[in-house]
Design a protein around this ligand. Sequence first.
Ligand code: SF4
Length: 71
Amino acid sequence: MHSTMTPAQRDRAIHHLELTIRVMRDAPVRTTCAECDHFDQISGKCAQWGQIVPADARAAGCAEWREGVPF
Ligand code: SF4
């Protein structure tokens, strides 16, 4: 079912969506090793790089961060 709106209402709605997208694109994201699917919590080893991740690098993670199973 389609709703109808005036051109001005449509333009305001589009503007709101564009602002929301911009905010979401700029939103900070977490890429900690602890939340990465490549990370072995017990050994501290990263499967992507094949090495133990130094403790001081785990908070930042890296660009290869991968979403794991969320449960
Ligand atoms: S170093 Fe990168 S790929 Fe490896 S566990 Fe951390 S975030 Fe994931």
